[in-house]
Design a protein around this ligand. Sequence first.
Ligand SMILES: [Zn+2]
Length: 291
Amino acid sequence: MKKALAIDVGGTKIYNTVINENGEIISEIEKRHTPKTFAEIESLFKEIIKKYENEVDVIAFATCGAVNNTNDGILGSTGNIAKEYPTMNFKSLSSKRVFVENDANAAAWAEHILGASKGMPYSVMITLGTGVGGGIILDNKLYKGKNGAAGEMHFKMRTDKHRKCTCGAYDCFESYASGTGLKRTAEEMLNNKDVTTYDVIDGWKNGDAKMTAIHDKWQNDILEGLIGLANIFDPDVLVLSGSMAEFVDTEYLTEKVNSEIVTTPTKVVKAQTGNYSGMLGAALLALGVKD
Ligand SMILES: [Zn+2]
């Protein structure tokens, strides 16, 4: 059976493991802090690859940043990682084939093959974390757009330039639906800059009325985005992943989405493939595993 060395590259951590065509993790999962400089990141990649490349068929990266349609390079800037990172020549890192995909796209593929959207040709995955990521599967294929950058969840929630987004524009879905968005909703509703995402979640869990109102506002902002996505894509399912997905009520969201869309009924569900979904999806894509 074919195997991939999977490497997940985020702004703070880099993970790696070996994954087979069945999507089984078959070696230890190694975890390191993402080095600060481009040279250190490149030499860490070489070190990981040297250790495993003789036992695998392909090297599969799930990375922060949009990835081109030839799956070998990064388009544009990538946020909180060394600024030269997008110039990485991934192919030069190994004599074996090297395959690169965006982490959210890879995670959407893992859900499509192994998880919550398995057996469903049309799905949109929304990753709710510090920011918001997205991955779109149409007709059983990952939808990447003309150059590979599709699936960015930066569309407007309001038009009065209320909140600045990480992308530089105002009022994107990300700036409301993310964990950071929840904190900003809390800051506005409590008129307190020091409130944290944790304070809101903890208060909501304990039935505090103010924190519950903030949580519900955040969840309804997510709902507005899901309605738009369902209307645009008519998906079988909308999959919510990431650390903040734990705190939403998918039954409530499914009911509300279906009561407001002009397309056909859909479902809002939570992702099932866990913290290593990026590595799983990148490995399955690199190994050519389709449904
Ligand atoms: Zn934005």
